[in-house]
Design a protein around this ligand. Structure first.
Ligand code: SF4
Length: 305
């Protein structure tokens, strides 16, 4: 089974199918914080969370949403003269504010030229009824999806990384979103301390069976401005090699249902802060390694679902 020139259903394939053209995401910082940072759940945040709340490539939070959109479009203008965009609220927890504030920011983004949809990254414990109602309304008006950082299904790892909610909370959130026909994308991190190949695949199997729209695979990387850097320097743990990562991702692609959209296959650390694994900087090599491994196995997404 082939999706365009890939053996998996990529987001760019899906966008072309839905919109008939290439669509790009613009990373935005809505100026929110996170309950895992402001003391509501914790003060230290998830162990891998960076100073900018896991959104390294967004514009400054001190700019208005339209200004950020303008800037992001300009950054892309070398490769991408004109086109359509999704406004992606990425940094920190993007449903963690009053409904009024959220609606204002989302609608500001939607009112900008060439914005055809919204992607909102958040936590499953930050979806109260009024926010769910707002999302339901927006979902009727535009192309919307919600991204949830699950990372792992294993409670021991979830505690180690200080995620701050349990699996039941995640399950409840996706049930609420699905009830409202809102698309959900689950984030998973590969290579968390103490997790085996099979442990990681268990998380993938879980995500594969949620009957949701999409998934994002991240590679755990050690960045200097995170607590995981301190943990790693005090008691180093195994960092996945490129070959291990390629093998894991290929196994994972095989486990996903064929209609699940793969939004990301590897991580994106900041070059100047990245400690390990340095091989992750060569993203093209990782992606072509995955393509080659799928071809070598004569395999494709869903073959093991
Ligand atoms: S939920 Fe997101 S923003 Fe909050 S601490 Fe964790 S990674 Fe950072």
């Amino acid at each position: 089974m082939i999706w365009g020139d890939k053996r998996y259903r990529s987001l760019s394939y899906e966008f072309k199918k839905i919109f008939g053209q290439k669509v790009m995401k613009l990373s935005l910082d809505g100026g929110f914080t996170c309950p895992n940072r402001d003391g509501t759940i914790g003060r230290e945040g998830c162990i891998f969370c960076s100073e900018v709340g896991s959104g390294e490539f967004a514009s400054s939070r001190y700019l208005s949403i339209p200004e950020q959109i303008q800037r992001q479009k300009k950054l892309l203008s070398n490769k991408w003269a004109s086109g359509k965009y999704i406004a992606y609220f990425q940094n920190f927890t993007n449903t963690y504010s009053s409904c009024k504030d959220l609606e204002r920011k989302y609608r500001e983004a939607l009112s900008c030229q060439d914005i055809i949809g919204l992607a909102i990254a958040t936590r499953p414990d930050c979806l109260p009824q009024d926010v769910l109602n707002l999302l339901e309304e927006l979902n009727r008006e535009t192309f919307l999806w919600i991204e949830l950082g699950l990372q792992t299904i294993h409670q021991g790892t979830a505690q180690l990384i200080r995620r701050g909610y349990d699996l039941a909370c995640y399950e409840m959130a996706i049930a609420e979103l699905k009830k409202r026909s809102i698309k959900v994308v689950t984030h998973l991190i590969f290579g968390l301390p103490g997790e085996s190949h099979e442990d990681i695949l268990d998380s993938v199997r879980f995500a594969a069976n949620t009957d949701t729209w999409g998934v994002k695979f991240h590679l755990l990387y050690i960045q200097q401005d995170t607590d995981i850097y301190r943990l790693y320097t005090e008691s180093p743990f195994h960092i996945l090699t490129r070959d291990e990562y390629i093998s894991l991702v290929t196994d994972s692609i095989e486990l996903l249902p064929p209609d699940m959209v793969i939004h990301r296959l590897t991580g994106d650390g900041k070059r100047e802060l990245l400690v390990a694994p340095r091989w992750s900087l060569d993203k093209l090599r990782v992606l072509s390694g995955i393509d080659m491994e799928l071809k070598r196995r004569d395999s494709y997404q869903g073959i093991m679902f």
